[in-house]
Write a protein of this length. Structure first.
Lengths: 303, 270
């Protein structure tokens, strides 16, 4: 029998295990449809705030080579109310709505905006490394994480995912707090706070000076985090960080991820990367004689 | 080491040419950019100020290339104010390029939309019959007329200038002339770059006569490489799928000529 690449992340069922990560290409429903047709199992939206944000001035994104990318876009987004209106006609695409805010009330207000939309899950961005008062600053505060997750969970029956990253509070502690507060799944990890300086002009390249490093250079770090989370907790995990090939995807499954997200790989390989990974994973499953993704999740932890 | 096209390369501006009171051309040496195809763009970093997408202008000197910028917002004004000897960063070239037809060609450029047209002129065959339509607000803002003439010195050609106020060339909107020209001439290809309303009307006019037409679109851009999504128009990304689009494709697009997105990604009317 042909193996199946469908996967489930707790209650969330996906036809394909590779999703578009938050922050990438995520502002129009037409583009979401195109990505879904191109092989993405789900798309995660840009992180939405209660109000529209313009983000930082350029330069905001560039490559550092070797599949590595730097960005400090500054969470530019049209705001949750505008965005909800835009995706209201959606019926086909599994959309995971990423949310960013400073206080629990922000999340409650934003989730309300999506009452008339088909939303597969919410992903709480607790880990953006380059915008003040939100993201990592929230994720580093266990009390705030607890309140935000509890509020989000009480605001909807739709599954809620927490996206964690490498901040000053150990991410395993943040994951623990989120689980205690009722979170349904964890996405790990976000970009890693970083910078780049141009030696000729002798100044930081990003207008914000600091940004997030993503892509191939952070893959081994993200993989380690997924392995550690799955070793310590019984929670569905979405692996994210530097995935660009089917081998990368399989590594994350073996470390304990039920699904994966990618973004930077699009900058190097464009959107054919989704289908390439799906096909590669399927081929690997045939070779190893697996009929479901489930069979290989966490296998690297055996010994 | 091979150059990473997605990482900024620093170049020094060697010459600044005043085209009009609000438009300047900055010339610099860069083998990679000088070989750009007509319609391709670069992301241009003005250190300490901003980074913006610019169509890659030609230079008469081999190995050199240029940007022609009109001062408008803070980023373009920052680039406009760059002086000889100052440094800027470039990455790219990005985007697709014009599909260069042969025969009877019409090139329409409004303002700095003439930049890709000048590079396109370096790709026409000596046997082509070329008409260049230059649109400007007033006489002060007309540029590249002499350059177009010199690039076409071996071709049968015509340069038509139209100014909105009639202070030079023909009076009126360039789109009225486009409509007249495409109804009277069986063009093999029409190419347009300029304000979106002008491109929209040009595309409609050519489409109605079943004439091959391509437009080079402009949208807010952050990354230039298909990551940020800022430049989406319908399901297309201007940076990756364009900037050049066929008229037939554009006629199916619900946003072309009507909406663009602001920095937050919200649709706004033109």
């Amino acid at each position: 029998m042909e193996p199946s690449i469908t996967t489930s992340i707790g209650q969330i069922q996906l036809k394909r295990p590779v999703m578009l990560a938050s922050g990438i290409l995520g502002i129009s429903l037409d583009v979401f449809n195109r990505l879904y047709r191109s092989g993405a199992g789900a798309v995660v939206t840009k992180s939405l705030s209660t109000e529209p944000w313009e983000g930082y001035p350029n330069p905001t994104i560039f490559s550092i080579g070797g599949g590595g990318w730097m960005n400090a876009v500054g969470l530019s987004n049209p705001g949750a109310p505008n965005f909800a209106k835009m995706i209201e006609p959606n019926n086909d695409v599994p959309i995971i709505v990423s949310l960013v805010g400073s206080i629990p009330k922000d999340f409650e207000l934003m989730i309300k905006q999506f009452e008339n939309c088909k939303v597969t899950a919410y992903e709480l961005n607790l880990s953006c490394p380059h915008v003040a008062k939100v993201g990592l600053e929230v994720g580093d505060d266990p009390e705030l994480v607890k309140e935000i997750v509890t509020t989000a969970k009480n605001s909807t029956k739709t599954p809620v995912i927490a996206k964690v990253g490498l901040g000053t509070t150990h991410y395993l502690k943040t994951v623990g707090t989120a689980i205690e507060s009722g979170i349904d799944a964890i996405t790990a990890i976000n970009t890693v706070r970083a910078m780049a300086i141009d030696v000729e002009t002798q100044r930081p390249i990003l207008s914000n000076k600091f940004g997030g490093l993503s892509g191939t250079p952070i893959k081994p770090i993200a993989l380690r985090c997924v392995y550690e989370i799955s070793s310590k907790y019984d929670i569905p995990i979405i692996g994210c960080g530097g995935i660009s090939t089917w081998e990368d995807a399989v590594e994350f499954f073996l470390a304990g991820a039920s699904a994966i997200q990618l973004g930077s790989a699009i900058g190097d390989n464009w959107i054919s990367v989704f289908d390439d990974i799906n096909k590669g994973v399927l081929k690997y499953m045939k070779k190893k004689n697996y009929s479901t993704i489930q069979e290989m999740i966490g296998l690297a932890k055996k010994s | 080491m091979q150059r990473n096209h997605n990482h900024t390369t620093i170049v020094t501006v060697e010459k600044v040419i005043n085209e009009t009171p609000t438009v300047r051309t900055l010339v610099f040496s860069d083998e990679v950019m000088s070989q750009a195809l007509p319609g391709q763009f670069a992301m241009v970093w003005i250190p300490g100020i901003n980074e913006l997408p610019m169509s890659i202008m030609i230079s008469e000197e081999s190995g050199k290339t240029a940007f022609t910028v009109r001062k408008h917002g803070s980023a373009s004004t920052g680039l406009f104010n760059i002086e000889e000897g100052q440094q800027i960063g470039v990455r790219g070239p990005y985007g697709n390029s014009f599909d260069v037809k042969e025969g009877n060609l019409l090139l329409v450029g409004g303002g700095t939309g003439l930049v890709p047209m000048m590079r396109l002129l370096t790709f026409v065959k000596p046997t082509d019959n070329v008409t260049v339509l230059i649109g400007a607000k007033s006489k002060d803002e007309v540029f590249f007329e002499d350059l177009a003439n010199s690039l076409l010195k071996n071709n049968s050609h015509k340069i038509i200038v139209s100014t909105d106020d009639g202070s030079y060339g023909e009076k009126g909107y360039v789109t009225d002339l486009v409509e007249k020209l495409v109804s009277e001439n069986p063009y093999d290809g029409v190419y347009v770059c300029g304000p979106e309303i002008m491109m929209h009307k040009t595309v409609l006019a050519a489409n109605s006569k079943n004439i091959f037409v391509q437009a080079s679109l402009e949208r807010m851009m952050k990354c230039g490489v298909g990551i940020c999504g800022s430049c989406c128009i319908g399901e297309d990304l201007v940076c990756k799928d364009g900037t050049i689009f066929d008229g037939n494709h554009l006629s199916q697009n619900k946003e072309f000529g009507i909406f663009h997105r602001n920095k937050a990604g919200i649709l706004e009317n033109y």
